[in-house]
Design a protein around this ligand. Structure first.
Ligand code: NAP
Ligand code: MG
Length: 503
């Protein structure tokens, strides 16, 4: 018997197959729930419910201000349950309770509130362009796209769910959400909040199950108009292929290997903390993590010494304790990946500066196999450890001699998602930022993502943007209406391009 259900057409239902799968708390390895395992047929039912809600239901026909009320209510419910949701999020995914309370839950509520503001305030009728053929008028309307599928990863399941549901329904679409199989539980809480906020049946549907079947169905089903995917670049390519069968609109938020550039005039004390924050927040399991630190050769030795010293003070342990800075990775296999890459790096000639293995001395009951020490490798940018996304607590540090060289190394990557520049010279920092081929650059900061600013990737880090009005408009179609309601027949000279008989 499943502990969770699917949410289809406003009802919590069992999957047709009756099957379940287990989800674990990575900190202890304990099984914490039996999750409903949807199959393709459940995905199709969810898509059909969304289609009906979009084609026949009230949601797309309401005013934006009216929809905004439901989103704000959902945000309120989420906030009122922040403690219980934070615990679910942290237990299931292995992130720290601090991350859940400070980032995940307020971040998701903030996204709902932001997209409520968009629904209320961002115009649907955009412009009345002067027509070259008066009195004909030209009007550009923004309209919802239809049925949107959202497929999300395991690293920020609660926030990612809000980034898919929030803008989609704010703009008047209907949605089907599939979370990652490692972390299905917190999204259940979000769907409950949306349900309690009174969003009509069929507008938000929710299916838990394997990417290879449920995810593929969502990505290729003809009734789906848009697929919004966050996850690995590899699966992103597959999504694009599947969506091409009916030429769906696709937005992709994919992997990264972002550069954090420390210029020689940086406040070193701040930059050391910034580089550690940029890499080790959530154990490096963050798509925009600054996992390549490029450090000017004149400050390199001092800087790396400070990194090691401060990294050694971070507390590894039970992720539900407020004292803990670094919990487990999402699974033992993710920690194995980190270990494999460290070994690969050493084989390639990288030098181990600190960390490199499972931590010793964890408290009784914690599953050491899911943990990994914060690790620093001195590497060359051509090495696989510097080119491939590891998604673990592994930082590559590299030396450079000039701003131009730093920019060149930063851009020598198939990815372009985030990046940082640390400097006390604003003009110089902005010049470096302008030359970085990446979707977000933080100057003297890192990881600051807010609902009102666009986020997304250059190159193989993605297509399109989430958040901000840019992200909102990714959920809206553009319709041009050419209207001539007061003209007379002598304005139709262009008909003569077919035949004088028409004029
Ligand atoms: P993943 O393996 O690509 O999975 C992401 C989602 O896709 C999961 O829900 C997964 O379901 C599903 N999926 C897997 N195969 C599929 C298929 N063939 N068709 C349709 N859906 C499929 O990524 P992950 O390991 O969960 O997350 C880590 C990756 O996400 C990293 O590369 C990271 O950089 C990226 N990420 C990017 C951003 C961003 O905003 N750019 C944000 C966060 C994470 P199952 O779980 O059932 O396999
Ligand atoms: Mg889990």
């Amino acid at each position: 018997m499943a502990d969770t259900k699917l949410f289809i057409d406003g009802e919590w239902v069992e999957p047709r197959s009756g099957e379940t799968f287990s989800t674990f708390a990575p900190s202890t390895g304990e099984e914490i729930a039996n999750v409903a395992k949807a199959g393709r047929e459940d995905a199709v039912l969810a898509i059909e419910a969304a289609r009906k809600a979009f084609d026949e239901g009230p949601w797309p026909r309401m005013s934006g201000a009216e929809r905004a009320g439901y989103l704000r209510k959902a945000a309120e419910i989420i906030t009122s349950r922040q403690n219980e949701i934070s615990e679910v999020e942290a237990r299931d995914g292995g992130g720290t309770i601090k991350k859940a309370l400070f980032a995940d839950v307020p971040g998701a509520a903030g996204a709902f509130n932001y997209f409520a503001d968009c629904a209320e305030n961002v115009a649907d009728v955009e412009e009345r362009a002067a027509s070259p053929f008066p009195p004909a008028e030209s009007i550009v309307r923004r309209e919802p796209i239809g049925v949107c599928a959202g497929i999300i990863p395991w690293n920020f399941p609660f926030i990612m769910a809000s980034w898919k549901i929030g803008p989609a329904i704010a703009a008047g679409n209907a949605v089907v959400l599939k979370p990652a199989s490692f972390t299905s539980l917190s999204a259940v809480e979000m769907v409950k909040a949306v349900e309690e906020a009174g969003v009509p049946a069929g507008v938000v549907n929710f299916v838990t199950g394997p990417g290879g079947s449920v995810g593929e169905e969502l990505a290729q089903h003809p009734m789906v108009d848009k697929v919004a995917f966050t996850g690995s670049t590899e699966v992103g390519r597959r999504i694009m292929q599947l969506a091409s069968s009916t030429v769906k609109k696709v937005t992709l938020e994919l992997g990264g290997k972002s550069a954090n550039i420390v210029l020689d005039d940086a406040d070193l004390d701040l930059a050391v903390s910034g580089v550690l924050w940029g890499t080790f927040f959530h154990n490096g399991q963050v798509c925009e993590s600054g996992t390549r630190a490029l450090i000017h050769s004149s400050v390199y030795d001092e800087f790396v010494g400070m990194l090691v010293e401060r990294a050694g003070k971070m507390v590894i342990g039970d992720n539900l304790s407020f004292e803990t800075d670094l919990g487990p990775l999402v699974s033992p296999s993710q920690a194995d990946t980190a270990e494999r890459y460290v070994k690969l790096g050493l084989d390639e000639g990288a030098k181990l500066v600190c960390g490199g293995g499972r931590p010793e001395g964890l408290a009784a009951g914690l599953d050491q196999t899911a943990y990994f020490q914060p690790t620093i490798l001195e590497a060359d940018n051509s090495m696989r450890v510097a080119q491939e996304e590891i998604f673990g607590p592994v930082l590559c540090v590299m030396k450079y001699d000039s701003d131009d060289e730093a920019v060149k190394i930063a851009n020598d990557s198939i990815y372009g998602l985030g990046g940082g520049v640390w400097s006390s010279d604003s003009a110089r920092a902005h010049s470096v930022a302008a030359r970085m081929r990446t979707g977000t650059v933080w100057i003297n900061d890192y990881h600051m993502i807010t609902p009102g600013q666009p986020f997304g990737g250059y190159k193989q880090s993605g297509v399109g943007r989430e958040l901000g009005e840019y992200g909102y408009n990714e959920y809206r179609q553009i319709k041009h209406v050419w209207s001539n309601t007061s003209g007379s027949k002598d304005q139709y000279l262009h008909f003569a391009a077919l035949s004088a008989a028409l004029s």
